[in-house]
Ligand binder design. Structure first.
Ligand code: AMP
Ligand code: ZN
Length: 140
């Protein structure tokens, strides 16, 4: 529990939320500013800021909740697709520093478009170098 965390305050009951799923480990509630109606946030009850701090056990519980919510959005709201997205750090767009997964129902006519600006590597060598650096860090 972090007193100045808005999601911890939701967990403590101090701020109302439209809860759709709760168990010992997680809470899922409607995002107050939905990209598409039904947009849901899934959070761990434990206060951790990013994916880097959560235990694998707790992350498992969160991801099971994400899957349950995604299925419910399809079944209950007739979603034709679902986006799952998540930000770690302000530079990545994280506004609320309590780990959360966005689960967003999608429809052919929902009007939402990702600003997904794909780029390219300068060369196969550069791509290979990036790959090797990432692999080396995981062995460390
Ligand atoms: P992010 O930018 O990934 O940190 O997302 C934070 C999300 O929290 C935004 O989509 C907000 O609309 C949502 N949010 C902030 N306050 C509340 C609240 N009191 N209840 C529900 N959602 C909230
Ligand atoms: Zn918190």
């Amino acid at each position: 529990m972090s007193n100045d965390c808005i999601f911890c305050n939701i967990l403590a009951g101090g701020i109302p939320a439209a809860t759709i799923l709760e168990n010992d480990d997680i809470l899922a509630f409607l995002d107050i500013g939905p990209i598409v109606k039904g947009h849901t946030l899934v959070i761990p009850k434990q206060h951790v800021e990013t994916i880097h701090e959560i235990s694998t056990e707790q992350l498992n519980a969160v991801m099971i909740g994400v899957q349950q919510v995604a299925a419910a959005l399809v079944k209950a709201l007739g979603a034709e697709g679902v986006n799952i997205t998540q930000a770690n750090g302000a530079v990545a767009g994280q506004v609320v520093p309590h780990l959360h997964f966005h689960v967003i129902p999608r429809y052919a006519d929902d009007g939402h478009h990702w600003n997904w600006n794909a780029k390219s590597y300068d060369s196969p060598e550069e791509m290979g170098s990036v790959k090797e650096r990432i692999i080396a860090s995981m062995g460390a």
